[in-house]
Design a protein around this ligand. Structure first.
Ligand SMILES: Nc1ncnc2c1ncn2[C@@H]1O[C@H](COP(=O)(O)OP(=O)(O)OP(=O)(O)O)[C@@H](O)[C@H]1O
Ligand SMILES: [Mg+2]
Length: 247
């Protein structure tokens, strides 16, 4: 059994994942410019930023679907920048949407099904499931690979409050019980501020701020980035609500 790591208790360990000066372009569009940050083992790290900031592109680069034109990605101390995506997945980089081989070990799978409380729907057609349950099945599929790092792209998008709270609890449990490190992209600021040990803020493909949730919240440039996106009132309300939760 893995020990549960308290917030901030893992800041001195060598990073599990290290993204260095990553640049990615689609034709003339620079999706990422010199992006760098580290993910500490046992942490929950969130990547936030306005729509089109480059969050999904960053995930696709880390998991190996896109090859950066500059920079490097290290996982468990190894340079994986040129390693193909399936091999990265086998090394322990887990991604929530990927189509991956299921049923490789029933014991593992049964455990996951039990853990995520989806046993009652295991024979149901996916189309019959609520959105929240579909997201949970997707997470189970990623966990079936027994990843060391679980990458979740907007795990609570489109969920109601109750589904969001359930998902937040599962993310915390996955980390606490199995020691899985979590890297997530999420727009729900309450969830980000409540769960994360480290927050990385992207805007126009660049890291404009990073730190513990309180530092990022207090950063005026972060507020300005969201100001440009037109969602500022909503963001301010969410940040205020999150501050109330975290305080
Ligand atoms: N396959 C692609 N081909 C061309 N341009 C792309 C491609 N994928 C992303 N982009 C562009 O790269 C930029 C970053 O997009 P990305 O999807 O990474 O943003 P995001 O931060 O995930 O946004 P959202 O919050 O809306 O999901 C955008 O300008 C987008 O149009
Ligand atoms: Mg995206």
């Amino acid at each position: 059994m893995e020990t549960t790591l308290a917030r901030g208790a893992h800041t001195t360990a060598p990073p599990l994942l290290q993204v260095d000066s990553v640049t990615l372009a689609f034709g003339g569009v620079r999706a990422l410019s010199g992006v760098g940050f580290a993910v500490q083992p046992g942490s929950i790290t969130a990547v936030i930023g306005p729509n089109g900031a480059g969050k999904t592109s960053l995930f696709n680069t880390i998991s190996g679907f896109y090859r950066p034109s500059k920079g490097s990605i290290r996982f468990k101390g190894q340079d994986i920048t040129r390693i193909p995506a399936p091999q990265r997945a086998r090394m322990g980089l887990g991604r929530s949407f990927q189509n991956i081989a299921l049923f490789r070990g029933m014991t593992v799978l049964d455990n996951i099904i039990d853990f995520l409380e989806i046993d009652h729907i295991r024979h149901a057609p996916v189309s019959a499931l609520s959105y929240g349950l579909q997201k949970r099945v997707e997470m189970a599929r990623a966990l079936a690979m027994q990843p060391e790092i679980l990458m979740l792209d907007e795990p609570v998008a489109g969920m109601n409050r109750e589904e969001t709270e359930d998902m937040a609890r599962f993310i915390l449990d996955v980390r606490a019980e199995w020691g899985v490190t979590v890297l997530m992209v999420e727009h729900d600021m309450g969830m980000v501020m409540d769960l994360s040990d480290h927050v990385v803020v992207l805007n126009f493909g660049q890291v404009i701020a990073q730190g513990v949730p309180a530092e990022v919240q207090a950063d005026p440039e972060v507020g300005r980035a969201y100001l440009g996106s037109g969602n500022v009132d909503e963001l301010r309300a969410k940040l205020r609500a999150a501050a109330g939760v975290a305080a």
